[in-house]
Design a binder for this molecule. Structure first.
Ligand SMILES: NC(=O)C1=CN([C@@H]2O[C@H](COP(=O)(O)OP(=O)(O)OC[C@H]3O[C@@H](n4cnc5c(N)ncnc54)[C@H](O)[C@@H]3O)[C@@H](O)[C@H]2O)[C@@H](O)CC1
Ligand SMILES: [K+]
Length: 560
């Protein structure tokens, strides 16, 4: 489930399928178009137009809005013609589909979908953008077939009122401007069309990618289509789940277009540096806890957290760890705030940090996992302590927030560690640590490169949090929402990761600690989604996540 392909991988896969395996490219395009046409039918309703109510009023206002000054006689005639086009929807409710095709094979998918929908009885108009000379042979072949079916590939003129009137009555648009061949930011007529379409708010089905979204990074080049559904071919692309691209893709449907699965396996799934998405509907089952397990088996956690003014973070991290199954949680906090934590904690065991470093080290060494950082502050003495622990501790470490900041300028300490380490930065912390500019443009590649270079697990937070393993494998999280963008959510996540890393029975079948961290990210996002449904994105709090963890884990634990 969920293997993703980059734009380059996709092009290579298509090439091998066509050139080496002899699969006709037109057959692939036809299959792609079938899947797109089906998505249109799902949105626009059946060809007899039973679901067209409500379009007329919106459409009329679009034409009227455009009459700003006193019209000339010619303009008056045009306006009337446009109005008639709109009113004709009353007598002919057959769904109208506007299809916008670019000059490449993505455009070819659109042309083929136009023919399929026309033959199915829909009112279809297909428009070409860009020069006809640039059209690929396959797109030309599809244009020929469209013509044979009684259709036409028109040149789009958004100044023509009759065209815009007709488009304003459409039940659905198909975006077939650019797919994996997008090379530069949208400009000129492409940009103008994309912005016009987005203003219309008519549901859009995008072919392969919303045009303007970079398939590898989710970056928006110039502007991008806001799709309702993206029908992506063979494998989904990372950009559909990352950053702004994820916001433009709408619902992602992956269509098999006839490339043999063993070829996909060879080229994509078997790849050494794979990328997988963990979608919302994924089931990431934890095994049952062993019946004879005792609290020591479920992980002794050492948490170093908190400072004056940050008394919530240690408690959130500790409680999240316990909610995620940790056996024992020792919570070391600065002496000044210890009394506060002593009152807050029931299950976790807070203690004031001893003056002597050796005593702190000894306490930490007796544990299975250390979580360092939530609310720790950036006092030089504290940062020195963090670095010393990273050097001296040979147990797995989860490094979060100010724990990460303490590594700035001292990345060699990370390189020297032999025990597993996971860092959980948001983009700001990552930029500070690596010196890369903000915003981090390609989070997937950046996370992968860092994890490989420093031989650690990197959880780079954001919309579609990326977890990268030292092997180069990556997971993109498909859960979570903007309601979680509040101070404290990260503390909960770090506690959850530490808890999973500490439980011995999870290390049998799930030895890959990086994958366990990716699971923790997914559970955390899922808890957030439950809170958003119940409390709303505005009001939900990081502490509410703690109450949602039980339901998430119940749904994702083997009960047999
Ligand atoms: N035979 C195949 O390889 C198949 C390809 N398919 C479709 O074809 C797509 C890939 O086709 P292509 O490689 O032709 O690429 P695209 O159709 O995505 O785009 C390439 C064309 O767009 C132009 N272009 C790129 N960026 C531009 C910009 N910003 N402004 C203006 N022009 C720009 C390029 O010069 C080129 O003419 C896939 O995404 C998929 O939709 C499917 O039909 C399945 C089979
Ligand atoms: K597209």
């Amino acid at each position: 489930m969920g293997d993703l392909a980059t734009m380059a991988q996709m092009k290579e896969l298509d090439r091998i399928a066509i050139e080496e395996r002899g699969i006709p490219s037109l057959e692939l395009m036809e299959n792609a178009a079938q899947a797109v046409a089906q998505a249109v039918v799902n949105l626009a309703g059946p060809a007899d137009g039973r679901r067209s109510d409500g379009v007329i009023a919106t459409a009329t206002s679009v034409v009227r809005m455009r009459t700003e000054t006193e019209p000339t006689a010619e303009e008056q005639r045009e306006a009337e013609a446009a109005e008639n086009i709109i009113l004709s929807k009353n007598t002919d409710p057959t769904p109208r589909i506007g299809i916008f095709c670019g000059p490449g094979n993505n455009g070819g998918d659109g042309v083929a979908a136009a023919r399929i929908l026309l033959e199915a009885g829909y009112r279809v108009r297909a428009f070409l953008l860009g020069s006809r000379e640039k059209m690929t042979p396959d797109e030309r072949a599809m244009e020929e077939k469209l013509r044979e079916a009684g259709g036409e590939l028109e040149t789009l003129d958004l100044e023509d009122r009759r065209t815009t009137a007709w488009l304003s009555t459409c039940d659905c648009f198909v975006d077939a401007l650019f797919g994996v061949g997008l090379q530069r930011p949208l400009a000129g007529e492409f940009l103008a069309l994309v912005q016009w379409l987005n203003r219309m708010r008519t549901p859009v089905v995008s072919c392969d990618l919303p045009s303007g979204v970079h398939g590898d990074t989710g970056e928006i080049l110039g502007d991008a289509i806001q799709a309702k559904v993206t029908v992506t071919f063979t494998c989904a692309k990372p950009g559909l789940y990352l950053d702004a691209g994820a916001g433009r893709a709408g619902k992602v449907e992956v269509a098999n277009i006839g490339i043999p699965w063993e070829l996909v396996f060879e080229q994509i799934k078997q790849g050494r540096e794979g990328t997988r998405v963990l979608p919302d509907y994924a089931k990431l089952h934890l095994p049952r806890r062993p019946v004879d397990g005792h609290k020591g088996d479920f992980g002794k956690l050492f948490i170093l957290a908190g400072s004056e003014g940050y008394t919530g973070a240690p408690n959130l991290a500790a409680r999240a760890a316990l909610r995620t199954g940790a056996g024992l949680v020792f919570l070391g906090v600065p002496r000044e705030i210890y009394p506060i934590l002593a009152v807050k904690c029931d299950e976790a065991m807070p203690f004031p940090l001893p003056e002597k470093y050796e005593e702190i080290l000894e306490k930490a060494k007796g544990c299975d996992v250390a979580l360092i950082g939530p609310g720790l502050g950036r006092h030089p003495k504290t940062e020195k302590l963090v670095r010393a622990l990273l050097e001296d501790l040979d147990i797995p470490v989860v490094l979060d927030a100010d724990g990460i900041n303490a590594l700035c300028g001292h990345i060699d300490i990370l390189d020297k560690r032999s025990a597993p380490t996971v860092l959980t930065p948001h983009a700001g912390e990552f930029a500070r640590l690596t010196g890369c500019p903000l915003p981090v443009k390609d989070r997937l590649s950046a996370a992968r490169a860092f994890a490989k270079e420093h031989h650690c697990t990197l959880v780079l937070k954001g919309h579609g949090t990326v977890t990268a393993a030292p092997s180069g494998n990556c997971w993109i999280c498909g859960t979570g929402n903007p309601g979680m963008a509040k101070g404290g959510s990260g503390d909960v996540l770090s506690g959850m990761i530490a808890a999973l890393w500490g439980q011995k029975h999870l290390k049998g079948p799930y030895t890959d600690l990086s994958e366990l961290a990716a699971w923790a990210v997914w559970y955390h996002g899922k808890a957030g989604d439950k809170c958003a449904r119940k409390l709303g994105e505005y009001a939900m709090l990081p502490s509410d996540l703690l109450d949602a963890i039980p339901e998430v884990l119940l749904e994702n634990t083997d009960r047999g």
